[in-house]
Design a protein around this ligand. Structure first.
Ligand code: MN3
Length: 238
């Protein structure tokens, strides 16, 4: 795969891509950039799972985690490290790689693998054994103010997760001081539109198919009722 930077290409296409990428970066910076987002410095490595592989059973089995973490997540990370070796991205934090490649057609492979690496690390932390239940008071207060209650917030998360056509992610984010639910397709990530991710649910089929087959709503409800890590969301809101 050609990973050379083509920004200086004399062709019109190269020039057009450069203009698009500049506009995207400017919009991103204007929206707040990486302020308040913890950085993952180089080199990019696979972080340990925050629990044992069978820690989310019975709703997400060790078999699913074994493939999802050990093959999918690791695969994105390994691809990313191959793609950035010897490039300007090798010495950047994962977050800066994502920001620097978002919306740039010639950097799609780096963006996809960087964002998928980030999204999965964030997803593992968004769950915990014996999760779910009532959110901490401070988060509950924000949910009341933004959605009219915890159940309304959960309902929006289910709706976003179920209505995402094809592969993607359902996120609880902070935009300014307001909580919002957003969905993204494929590798896309709300960091690049100036929002602060608080938690995420992976709705790619590989996340739930072994246990729930085509019943995505069952998986999402199980995550929200029994696995979601509200404390992690509150930490990220700080
Ligand atoms: Mn996944």
């Amino acid at each position: 795969m050609n990973t050379r930077d083509t920004r200086n290409s004399p062709t019109m296409m190269g020039r057009r891509r450069f203009l698009i990428s500049s506009a995207s970066a400017v919009a991103w910076l204007a929206a707040g950039g990486l302020s308040g987002i913890a950085q993952s410095p180089p080199p990019q490595v696979l972080p340990p799972l925050p629990y044992v592989e069978n820690g989310l059973e019975p709703f997400i089995t060790a078999k699913t985690i074994g493939f999802h973490y050990g093959k999918h997540h690791k695969g994105y990370l390994d691809n990313l490290n191959k793609l950035i070796a010897g490039t300007e991205y090798a010495d950047l934090s994962l977050e800066k790689i994502i920001a620097g490649t978002a919306g740039r057609a010639e950097k799609t492979a780096i963006f996809n693998n960087a964002a998928q690496t980030w999204n999965h690390t964030f997803y593992w932390k968004s769950m915990r054994p014996k999760g779910g239940g009532e959110p901490p008071a401070e988060l509950k207060q924000k949910m009341d103010a933004s959605f009219g209650g915890v159940d309304a917030c959960k309902k929006e998360l289910v709706s976003a997760a179920v209505s995402q056509f094809g592969s993607g992610w359902a996120w609880l984010v902070l935009e300014g001081d307001k909580l919002k639910v957003v969905k993204t397709a494929n590798a896309d990530n709300p960091l690049t539109t100036g929002m602060k991710p608080l938690l995420v649910i992976d709705v790619w089929e590989h996340a739930y198919y072994l246990e729930h087959q085509n019943r995505r709503a069952d998986y999402v409800n199980a995550v929200l009722d029994t696995l979601i890590n509200w404390e992690f969301a509150l930490q990220n809101a700080g």
